[in-house]
Ligand binder design. Structure first.
Ligand code: BG6
Length: 496
């Protein structure tokens, strides 16, 4: 158990947004839930000079707990060091030696975790320097690396080769926080532990699947960074594809490590590269009240940018389970709401329209006109995790007509105690690294396949061949997105 050892966590890129908003709060949550060892140190490393106290003051506002003494206790384990770059050998060696003195005093095995919250150009030099000057000698050393892992298949291969020359695959934990979301982790149990779902989870019973990611805010001044990437790189190629693979994979032999990752890779291998005709990109403009400036008004975004702030596309998984089932992916910034969900539309129950639909006035038999809605299973990832199944029931009361209602498992009301304490995805994932379980991290072959699927499309967009359709901020996005869904058989149904 790693909790019997000493742990030092080095946050490389200590002052960045990600570190402040996600890394420290998650480490603090692990501390508050008693998942950190008794002897632990958090060491921030970045380029600006700062004292330990200054560093503690900078992260304190991001740590929330009703008992403020817990925050103080946590902060007393936090230190800060700086160097001229993320690969400053001398600064890193000095930091390592200073921390080693504190670690040694515990007389326990020492594990070191390096969390990279730095730009990808710094990954390889930082990893090489840390490997040379700062890895522990008695316990394990693990590295958590954040996206982007390349911007197309070629740049991915280069980064991957360079990283593998420095770090072993089992030392590297490529994080995609969508895997750590409660609802994504639940897919494994929901699918494989329920007789009511697993037999239906295929092209015999499922008509279409929509996975959507919506945010009700724009690029918020990050436009300069975002413009080089676009929504497909930012969210679809990584986060949404993680949902696709967890949703569609075959049962792994065991619910752990490479058993899961092997199955996820097989799903990706069965997906042909997206054709540009199968994707509609969009870009938001200001809303009428100008609450949100248009994308190209963001500083750092060129006026003629064709970068997509949203996209809808269809893909197919060409294997025996999914052949012919459209998977529609929709993602956009500055839309009418913030929500991520999976919608599974089942095929119509055979005979139901004949039985319940309009009756021919002459012979008294059903005309087969659509009378009942198909079942739809909705899995909501955020906000407010929920699973609900739209089903047909007899209208309560004297009527015999079918109406749509819901079997509803909204976590907030079903698990009120646990809901308020659901861990952030980062908290779950950092814990998995401490436990040494790589199942919830992205393996190199997963990434390679995901880049293969999107590279031709991204190159077309990059060459300016795909004109994004403008949509107003806070709208549903271009109407063409809804049309694409409808074209592939998706029916917008009743409630919710
Ligand atoms: C990040 C993207 O990876 O995921 C952001 O870079 C996006 O643009 C974020 O906002 C979404 O994460 P979540 O957990 O808020 O859905």
């Amino acid at each position: 158990d790693y909790r019997a050892d000493t742990l030092s966590v080095f946050v490389i890129g200590a002052s960045g947004d990600l570190a402040k908003k996600k890394t420290y709060p998650s480490l603090f949550a692990l501390f508050a839930f008693h998942y950190l060892p008794e002897d632990f140190l958090i060491v921030g490393y970045a380029r600006s000079a700062k004292s330990d106290d200054h560093f503690r003051d900078a992260i304190r506002p991001y740590l929330k707990h009703p008992h403020s003494e817990l925050v103080d206790q946590f902060l007393s384990h936090c230190y800060y060091r700086h160097g001229s770059s993320y690969s400053d050998e001398q600064a890193i060696e000095t930091m390592s030696k200073q921390i080693a003195i504190m670690e040694k005093s515990t007389q326990k095995t020492v594990n070191r975790l390096f969390y990279f919250a730095i730009p990808p150009v710094a990954f390889v030099p930082a990893a090489a320097t840390l490997k040379k000057k700062a890895v522990g000698h008695t316990g394990w050393s693990r590295f958590i690396v954040e996206k982007p892992f390349g911007s197309d298949i070629k740049s991915f291969e280069k980064l991957n080769n360079d990283m593998s020359a420095v770090l072993e695959e089992q030392e590297m934990f490529r994080i995609d926080h969508y895997i750590g979301k409660e609802a994504v982790q639940n897919l494994l149990v929901m699918r494989f532990a329920n007789t009511t779902f697993e037999p239906l989870w295929n092209n015999k019973y499922i008509d279409s699947v929509i996975i959507s990611f919506k945010e009700d805010f724009g690029t918020k001044g990050r436009g300069g960074y975002f413009d080089k990437n676009g929504m497909i790189r930012d969210v679809v190629q990584n986060h949404i594809m993680q949902i696709v693979t967890m949703f569609a994979m075959e049962p792994p032999a065991r619910p752990t490590g490479d058993y899961i990752r092997d199955e996820k890779v097989k799903v990706l291998q069965a997906i042909p590269a997206i054709r540009k005709d199968d994707c509609i990109t969009g870009q938001y403009i200001s809303d009428d009240e100008r609450r949100e400036p248009g994308y190209t008004e963001d500083e750092g975004v060129p006026d003629d940018s064709k970068t997509e702030t949203g996209a809808a596309m269809v893909m197919y998984i060409n294997n025996s389970r999914w052949e012919g089932v459209p998977f529609i992916l929709r993602a956009g910034k500055a839309l009418n709401e913030s929500k991520s969900e999976i919608r599974v539309q089942f095929k119509k129950s055979p005979g139901s329209s004949l039985m319940f639909g309009a009756v021919d006035s002459e012979d008294g038999y059903g005309t087969g006109q659509e009378a009942v809605e198909r079942n739809e299973l909705v899995i909501r990832l955020k906000p407010d995790e929920a699973i609900y199944l739209k089903m047909n029931i007899k209208a309560p009361g004297l009527s015999g007509d079918p109406v749509v209602s819901e079997l509803d498992l909204t976590y907030k009301s079903r698990f009120p105690d646990q809901f308020s304490k659901l861990p952030d995805a980062y908290t779950r994932l950092i814990l998995q690294v401490l436990r040494g379980d790589a199942a919830t991290f992205v393996r190199h072959d997963e990434l390679r396949e995901a880049w293969r699927i999107f590279t031709p499309l991204l190159h077309s967009i990059g060459r300016g061949e795909i004109e994004p359709i403008k949509y107003k901020a806070f709208s549903r996005g271009p109407k063409e997105w809804d049309e694409l869904c409808a074209k592939h058989g998706f029916v917008y149904g009743g409630a919710s």
